[in-house]
Design a binder for this molecule. Structure first.
Ligand SMILES: [Zn+2]
Length: 415
């Protein structure tokens, strides 16, 4: 999942045991001599072993119509059909698919380089919004015409709308037959074995998948998406749906007419979600406060509480379930928004901070003091009263932590 964050490999001398083999041609240009230069590539010779080889200087090197890349990217982004794109650009269907693969690799490279630096940005407060979504697809396959139902989990930084990660419960690089074989060989289908200790417990096995599917009452996994219920009712209904899952956290269970993808493997959503939450923790660095807003969802809750357990224990991370009041009429929404505007302005003034932080403080109560507040008490010559007020808050918070620690020390055992 986090592969795209690793720096991309630079080309170097292809001779396996050459001393230049690990030396990239861009970072160590003195290790190589340029023999021939073309528009998008160069022919280089290694200074150590004299082996000749070519490197691409442009990602589109070797493509016959690189100028169409941009057009195709735009058309895909506006959901144009593949046939239409092929007709417009006079490319074959295969060439269009090849270009899509190329664009995908370029996008991953771009976002990887950008996002890999995200954790270095120091922020006082971050608000994360998390959601889950189902995708139905009719995979082109001669054999079965059943529906494949994927689920993805997505986290967005609330203030900027920056998508930190959007992950599907799917791995295209793994073979289902291999997964099934390894499972069989290691005795995973023994009735007494426990699923979380299986050889590749994060992937759906064929037998496991169709065994669950067979026992369901509906053709596809039902969703709650379009119900126009009131909040309390929706909480109740969601609870009912979750208790109907074949297993705790098995939100991605198949219906009777669902099938596994013909290529690649489907991963269990709980594993995808937990990995996603851990990756999000890595990407956001260490803000002083963090609020996580999400739908009422057992899987997301479990994943985020596990990933951010340290921050939650230190009172720096809060989580809240939120939902849209879908039943509201169209003109009721701007009215409510306008009414809130005055309230939010007042809140900003009262807290002396940005409304994002103000909402967090108002909703989740008084926070642990921020690092710079502590420094202020120590360094800045505040008035005696001011200093006393902040110091009292800090001291009471410290006492609280010590008391909580003493209370819980009995539970900690050998940890
Ligand atoms: Zn060499």
């Amino acid at each position: 999942m986090s592969n795209y964050l690793s720096p991309q490999q630079e080309p170097g001398c292809p001779t396996p045991n050459c001393e230049n083999a690990a030396m990239g041609v861009y970072t160590n240009p003195h290790g190589y001599v340029c023999k021939k230069k073309k528009k998008t590539s160069r022919r280089l010779e290694c200074n150590a072993c004299r082996k000749g080889f070519s490197v691409k200087d442009k990602a589109s090197a070797g493509q016959r119509k690189p100028h169409e890349n941009k057009t195709i990217f735009k058309k895909i982004a506006s959901k144009k059909p593949i046939r239409e794109i092929a007709a417009m650009t006079k490319l074959s269907i295969k060439a269009v698919y090849d270009k899509i693969d190329f664009i995908y690799a370029q996008c991953l490279g771009f976002v990887g380089e950008r996002t890999a630096r995200a954790h270095r940005i120091r922020r006082k407060y971050i608000r994360l919004c998390v959601d889950r979504q189902d995708y139905m697809t009719n995979w082109r396959s001669r054999k079965a015409r059943k529906i494949i139902q994927f689920t993805s989990i997505c986290t967005v930084e609330g203030k900027t709308g920056y998508v930190l990660g959007h992950h599907l419960n799917y791995d295209p690089n793994i073979n289902q037959v291999d997964v099934d074989d390894i499972a069989k060989a290691s005795g995973d289908f023994d009735q007494r074995s426990r699923s979380y200790f299986h050889a590749q417990s994060h992937y759906w096995k064929s037998d496991e998948f169709y065994d669950v599917a067979r026992k369901q009452a509906t053709d596809i996994r039902p969703g709650l998406e379009d119900e126009r219920w009131l909040v309390e009712q929706l909480i109740k209904e969601t609870r009912k749906v979750e208790s109907g899952w074949p297993k705790a956290e098995m939100a991605d269970y198949p219906g009777r007419k669902n099938q596994l993808p013909p290529n690649g493997v489907m991963s269990h959503l709980d594993y995808t979600s937990y990995a996603h939450a851990i990756l999000m923790r890595r990407l956001i660095g260490s803000p002083e406060y963090l609020s996580i807003y999400t739908d009422q969802d057992e899987v997301i809750r479990g994943a985020y509480i596990s990933a951010f357990r340290a921050g939650i224990a230190m009172d720096r991370v809060d989580m809240a379930y939120v939902q849209f009041q879908k039943i509201m009429e169209i003109d009721e929404k701007p009215h409510l928004s306008n009414t809130c505007e005055g309230y939010l302005n007042a809140l900003e003034l009262a807290c002396g901070c940005d409304r994002e932080v103000a909402i967090s403080v108002r909703w989740f109560g008084i926070k642990a003091p921020m690092a710079d507040e502590i420094m202020k008490v120590v360094l800045v010559a505040l008035s005696v009263i001011q200093r006393g007020r902040t110091a009292t808050r800090i001291i009471s918070k410290m006492i609280e932590h010590i008391e909580a620690f003493e209370e819980n020390i009995g539970d900690m055992g050998s940890v």
